[in-house]
Design a protein around this ligand. Structure first.
Ligand code: SF4
Ligand code: SF4
Length: 257
């Protein structure tokens, strides 16, 4: 789904006013438990992949091959891996189990966000957010539960680091969209490596001597190279800066050495 189609789809849904509460809860007690974890078109962001592949103890390349179908955004050419549902009856998500989501701690941002849709628009250095309610006929989560605002739901679902990383990715894509033409194939391939394969990106940093070419202080270098969830967040942040520098020849966060 491209950016505009997704915005159009969201805007056809009822919008939550700022501070408005909605009633929702989900757990094994609902009669529809697990029904929503099937037949999905679920795009994975770079941060989703970083969390999932680490949770599964897999390399990123292996994860992408095993669990995704790679597409690209038609307007920008950026990679768009879709989580591949299993073949067979009901086409379930590969991670759903009778007890629920088997990767719950590291489930994708879209799964955390549901039943809200988050519409975003860049506003200067920040992001303007709007929230929409997705009410699907099969979902009984609205029947009872806590009343929360969108902000309380996002906090409850641990969405802050997802939104932070995804908003940065959105910003880079918006810059490319503004040029009116998608990335060349070579840059699209580099985007997979630098954003979706952070373990391989670390190898590239070493092999190409990237830290010798740009001005990155020692603390940031150490954070980027750390093989940990925090290191992945730092490497993704750097990967976004590096891609901007490579695509446009300049990046306000990253200067050539
Ligand atoms: S990742 Fe987990 S929550 Fe998301 S669709 Fe799959 S099983 Fe459901
Ligand atoms: S359909 Fe709604 S209530 Fe049922 S399991 Fe999915 S999110 Fe929860």
């Amino acid at each position: 789904m491209n950016h505009d189609a997704s915005r159009e789809m969201l805007e056809s849904l009822p919008e939550l006013a700022p501070g408005e509460k909605f009633c929702f809860d989900c757990g094994p007690e609902v009669p529809c438990f697990n029904q929503c974890c099937a037949e999905l078109t679920l795009p994975l962001t770079p941060y989703d992949v970083a969390r999932l592949r680490r949770q599964l103890g897999m390399g990123s390349e292996e994860f992408l091959r095993a669990f995704t179908t790679m597409r690209s955004f038609p307007d920008t050419g950026f990679p768009l891996p879709l989580l591949r549902m299993l073949d067979g009856p009901g086409e379930p998500c590969p991670f759903v189990s009778p007890a629920g989501c088997s990767v719950y701690e590291d489930r994708p941002g879209a799964c955390r966000c549901y039943p809200l849709g988050r519409g975003t628009r860049l506003e200067g250095a920040g992001v303007d957010e709007r929230f929409f309610l997705v009410r699907e006929p099969h979902c009984h989560g609205f029947d009872k539960g806590c009343e929360r605002t969108a902000a309380e739901w996002f906090e409850n679902q641990g969405l802050a680091p997802y939104n932070q990383a995804n908003d940065r990715y959105m910003r880079l894509m918006a810059l490319v969209r503004g040029t009116g033409k998608p990335l060349e194939a070579k840059l699209a391939t580099m985007a997979i490596l630098c954003l979706y394969q952070l373990d391989k990106f670390r190898q590239l940093i070493t092999n190409m001597g990237i830290f010798g070419r740009v001005d990155v202080d020692a603390a940031r270098q150490a954070a980027i190279m750390e093989d940990s969830p925090e290191g992945d967040a730092a490497a993704l942040d750097f990967g976004l800066d590096w891609m901007e520098l490579v695509i446009f020849g300049e990046c306000p966060n990253l200067h050539r050495a």
